[in-house]
Design a protein around this ligand. Structure first.
Ligand code: MEV
Length: 438
């Protein structure tokens, strides 16, 4: 157990499972059978999944669902969502329908600049470094011309490179702070390739720069990497309607609702404990669409949470106002997404998701994702300030509880009917199931 395994990645899949079974599963036939049960019978499809990552043993399924009725900028969308949490798609669909009859969602991409940095140490005269940078900048841009050629044809490329002095925070620390436009690709590979070329060129040019002393010639690059913080790649989505139009069959006091909703927003703006949960609800919608469309949800999560703290304290991503009797609710978030490259052209379900969304550009996908986050937040906060969250949440969770008790289809039908008019809790479900079985 304490001896590391060497060459694991070279084992065949069967050998890996055998090793796992003997080492950690204590020869558990059941676990191995489960791993194998999730293999796809279509060998080509399975091989595709095997090759997504190293050491693939099996496939991990998540539900792929659909939230219809999203009116976005006048067009009607059905949004594919990949998520395990029972109430998320139901909540999104409810919010979509609610706003469909109130003018729908409006979404705008404000900008699409991505960032990458070469982090380096320079011990010497800062003015000389500045001169060297200005001398070197055209050479840096020239050095990446073979990488940027195709991107430029699509309207993207390197937008700017600047030298940033960070020596106040760390001795000798400077950056090449680079801005990119990557059009419909998320751009991680493009940006990182450019940055590594910048770094190589910058170092070699420094060695030949006559004004530098021998010590100054030794620029030490620490790393070259894109930033997942993209505060200049922002999308805004909003809904609005007259306060009195907020009423529906259950919501009969729209003015009181609007006031409570606004207070809930203010709380999320000023109180980090609430803001985190508030934003988590937003991410329920965002991550689900990001995953379904084969995008990098870790990058999106990291960037959005950093943005939520940009003013020095973690705060809400959504805001609301009532002015002249108009209720307005909006979100502004950074999103670096792609609709070409990466998994988007590879994973069969991602291709389906893109088709459902009418093959969006990256900018259109930014709008759809922001709307999904806004809708999710509206549904959550609406429930929170009216009925409470558990009523709807537990109703959707009922099937999970029934499955935990191995309920048959007939038992499920009976109890779903019963709980239409009764409160779902773990114990009430277990009690009713026992009664039924007795
Ligand atoms: C649960 O996944 C998300 C909520 O907690 C979000 C919120 O509290 O706003 C319901």
């Amino acid at each position: 157990m304490n001896k590391p395994i060497s060459g694991f990645s070279k084992f065949s899949k069967q050998e890996k499972i055998n090793w796992l079974s003997q080492t950690y599963l204590k020869d558990s036939d059941t676990s191995v059978a489960v791993l194998e049960q999730y293999w796809h019978e279509n060998e080509k499809l399975q091989q595709l999944h095997d090759e997504f990552t190293e050491n693939t043993l099996s496939n991990f399924y998540l539900p792929f669902g659909l939230a219809p009725n999203f009116m976005i900028n006048g067009d009607l969308f059905a949004i594919p969502m990949t998520i395990e949490e029972s109430s998320v798609i139901a909540a999104a669909s409810k919010a979509a329908k609610f706003w469909h009859s109130r003018g729908g969602f409006k979404a705008t991409v404000l900008n699409t600049v991505k960032i990458g940095q070469v982090h380096f140490l320079f011990k010497g005269d800062k003015n000389k470094l500045e001169d060297f940078f200005n001398f070197c900048k055209p050479k840096l841009l020239f050095a990446v011309s073979s990488i940027t050629k195709n991107m430029e044809k699509r309207g993207g490329g390197v937008l700017d490179i600047s030298l940033r002095d960070k020596t106040e925070s760390l001795e000798g620390y400077f950056q090449l702070h680079c801005k990119f436009e990557t059009k419909d690709s998320m751009g991680a590979n493009f940006i990182n390739s450019c940055l590594e070329k910048f770094s190589e060129t910058f170092k070699s040019e420094a060695l030949n720069y006559e004004q530098f002393s021998p010590e100054e010639k030794q620029i030490e690059v620490i790393m070259s990497i894109l930033s997942n913080y993209v505060p200049e790649c922002i999308v805004r989505a909003e809904v609005s309607c007259k306060v009195e139009d907020l009423s529906d069959d259950k919501l009969t006091k729209p003015k009181i609702f609007a006031e409570k909703f606004l207070t809930a927003m203010k709380i999320a703006e000023i109180e980090p404990y609430r803001a985190v949960t508030h934003n988590k609800g937003i991410m329920n919608g965002i991550d689900a669409v990001v995953l379904a469309t084969g995008n990098d949800f870790r990058a999106v999560e990291a960037g959005i949470h950093a943005y939520a703290s940009r003013n020095g304290s973690y705060s809400s991503l959504t805001h609301a106002s009532v002015e002249n009797g108009i209720f307005k609710f909006w979100i502004e978030i950074p999103l670096a997404l792609g609709t070409v490259g990466g998994l988007t052209n590879l994973h069969p379900l991602v291709k389906v998701a893109m088709e459902i969304l009418q093959k969006p550009t990256a900018a259109q996908l930014m709008q759809i994702v922001a709307v999904a986050g806004l809708a999710q937040n509206f549904a959550a906060v609406k429930s929170l300030v009216t009925t409470g969250i558990q009523q709807g949440h537990m109703k959707m969770h009922l099937m999970n509880i029934l499955n935990q008790y191995n309920a048959s289809n007939a038992e499920k039908d009976e109890l779903v009917h019963y709980f239409k008019h009764h409160t779902v809790t773990h114990s009430s479900v277990s009690e009713q199931l026992e009664k039924l079985r007795a």
